[in-house]
Ligand binder design. Structure first.
Ligand code: URA
Length: 196
């Protein structure tokens, strides 16, 4: 089975009807993941917002559109990475997902990671960084730094919602994007010669 097929099986046979936590009762759609699981690059956000809940696709609202524009600068489209969230159902009023909800949902992310086998993981925002990199991660101080764990390169950048609220963070994020591009070239040297 291809990775796309494996993910489709997880989604269709198990995840779609998930009732592991209370967020299930509010959802219109469970937001599983999107993009290309074959490129071994994963972007991980915190949880769906309104537009994502309505469409079932991660990062399609305002923050998602900004993320697309940011990644376009380094020539990345959804054909180049797989994107998903820590929690798959929208928290009410877009509040932070609670630890108990993250604990219940991480089961699905672990399965996605096992299929995608990422070599590079980019956490989008503090919640994802604290869950994936370290629970005391300080996004303002540590964003853009890299660490390697079990052969996987990990970093975090500001969440695009934070960049919508505070444009003064954008220049730093531009530097982080360039460092993501460098890391992709280092890990996948053949991608340097791919046409823009
Ligand atoms: N914010 C997130 O963290 N994830 C989404 O899918 C949309 C907005």
């Amino acid at each position: 089975m291809t990775k796309t097929e494996q993910l489709a099986v997880i989604y269709q046979t198990k995840c779609r009807d998930c009732r592991r936590c209370a967020l299930a009762q509010y959802r219109h759609n469970l937001v599983f993941g999107d993009g290309n699981p074959d490129r071994q690059i994963m972007l991980i956000g915190e949880g769906p917002g309104e537009q994502e809940d309505l469409t079932g696709i991660p990062f399609v609202g305002k923050a998602g559109q900004l993320l697309d524009q940011m990644l376009d600068i380094i020539n990345l489209t959804r054909e180049d990475y797989y994107i998903c969230n820590i929690v798959k159902c929208r928290p009410p009023q877009n509040r932070d997902p609670q630890t108990v909800e993250q604990d219940a949902c991480i089961h699905w992310l672990n399965q996605q990671i096992r299929v995608v086998e990422p070599k590079i993981v980019v956490c989008l925002g503090r919640i994802a960084a604290c869950r994936i990199i370290r629970d005391n991660y300080r996004i303002t101080r540590e964003h853009g730094r890299w660490e390697q764990r079990n052969g996987v390169w990990l970093t975090a950048i500001y969440h695009p919602s934070a960049l919508l609220r505070d444009v003064s963070k954008r220049p730093e994020t531009f530097d982080d994007l360039k460092s993501i591009q460098q890391k992709i070239w280092e890990v996948f040297p053949e991608r340097q010669s791919e046409p823009w």
